[in-house]
Design a protein around this ligand. Structure first.
Ligand code: SAH
Ligand code: SF4
Length: 373
């Protein structure tokens, strides 16, 4: 039994052909599943009865199961989705006056172990399937519509009546470490028969898997955000360990290759603000020298704490000074507003439930004991 949420248009066309049906059936199926949120073949009224029963015998439409649903005081909403066998991931909806952004997870946990990230501390279990990735958008649109949330018009036809106008791959996991499933889900986000979002409204955030950045450029160039977090390799090696494999200059070269294909004429650099670690004026100047020649925007993210993180959020004044140094050098810099922190829905706080399959949590526990005791 195949799950039809695992297919983009190409995959569905192949499925229809193998079932002895015309390729245009794929478009009808996409509309039913993704635009109308339908999961029952029997309700797909413009499909021939024979095709509907064939579908019921061959396939299913199975999004992940919702385990919990919390709304923060600022309206941010977080859902926990079960991905089987004591594993669960989180997705977060951030409503704003003229848009609604869904923060989507790509893996159960993350193997890359950035030191300041709650997901990274939990270790890694597995990649999400394409159905589990797109299933998050599927659910969010369905639940927010049911909620009667004001739909926002983006001026783009297929998304005109949708609550989710933007998607950021900034939930749990490293999206580019799950490339094949990610791009199927991206195809659906962009398809006019599914969610119809424009490329600039879909952002992939990566800690810097260089070969996969190149593949994304060729396969599906959506907006790109890079988790930079440090102005030099010595510090970045420590905060974002994948830097040892793909150091900063290698990463920046990949950004420059990406730009001609990007839907916006800049890349976004994310920079988590850690008190006394990466937030000095000298480090701001070093950052300016580093990114000066790349068309970019800087997004400063005040660190969001979690139990035993070992880090503190930079002081508000330090964040302002850091931002001013960048702005004075002509680099557009924003400070990300912390949303949903009363329900642990802010950046880096997503934890879900991860049965670690790596040795990460054990190694980490040993390090913590060494530090604290
Ligand atoms: N794995 C991807 C996307 C998920 S994290 C990546 O690393 O880019 C989304 C953003 O939140 C990243 O920039 C990440 O570095 C940042 N982040 C992680 N932990 C954080 C924390 N505790 N506080 C603030 N931002 C955090
Ligand atoms: Fe993984 Fe991103 Fe967290 Fe690093 S910041 S551990 S890459 S989810």
């Amino acid at each position: 039994m195949v799950n039809l949420l695992d297919f983009n248009e190409t995959g569905l066309i192949r499925f229809c052909q193998e079932a002895g049906e015309k390729p245009y059936r794929a478009k009808q199926l996409l509309r039913w599943m993704h635009q109308f949120g339908q999961s029952e073949f029997a309700e797909m009224s413009d499909l021939a009865k024979g095709f509907r029963s064939k579908l019921a015998a061959l396939a299913m439409i199975q999004p992940p199961t919702i385990v919990s649903d919390h709304t923060a005081s600022d309206g941010t909403r977080k859902w926990l989705l079960s991905t089987g066998a004591s594993n669960a991931v989180e997705m977060v909806f951030i409503p704003e006056p003229n848009r609604g952004t869904l923060c989507v997870s790509s893996q159960v946990g993350c193997a890359l172990a950035c030191s300041f990230c709650s997901t990274g501390r939990q270790g890694f279990n597995r990649n999400l399937t394409a159905a589990e990735i797109i299933g998050q958008l599927w659910w969010a649109n369905k639940l927010l519509r049911a909620n009667g949330d004001e739909a926002v018009s983006t001026g783009e036809p297929a998304s005109a009546s949708r609550a989710v106008t933007n998607v950021v791959m900034m939930g749990m996991g490293e999206p580019l470490a799950n490339f094949d499933n990610l791009v199927i889900a991206l195809d659906l986000m962009l398809s006019d028969y599914a969610y119809g979002l424009s490329r600039r409204r879909v952002t992939v955030s990566t800690s810097g898997l260089v070969p996969a950045i190149d593949r994304l450029r060729e396969r599906c160039p959506v907006a790109l955000a890079i988790s930079l977090h440090a102005p030099n390799d010595a510090l970045r090696d420590h905060l974002v360990p994948i830097n040892k494999k793909y150091p900063i200059q290698t990463l920046l070269a990949a950004c420059e290759r990406y730009l001609p294909a990007a839907p916006r004429d800049f890349v976004t650099f994310e920079y988590v603000m850690l008190d006394g670690v990466n937030d000095s004026v000298e480090q701001a100047r070093e950052l300016v020298r580093l990114v000066r020649n790349i068309p970019c925007k800087l997004n400063l993210i005040p660190f969001n704490g979690f139990t035993a993180s070992g880090y503190r959020r930079s002081k508000t004044a330090a964040i302002s000074v850091f931002r001013d140094v960048l702005m004075q050098a002509g680099i557009v810099t924003t400070v990300r507003k912390t949303r949903g922190d009363d329900i642990d829905a802010a950046c880096g706080q997503l934890a879900g439930q991860v049965q670690d399959k790596t040795r990460r949590t054990r190694v980490r526990a040993a390090i913590d004991t060494e530090i604290t005791g």
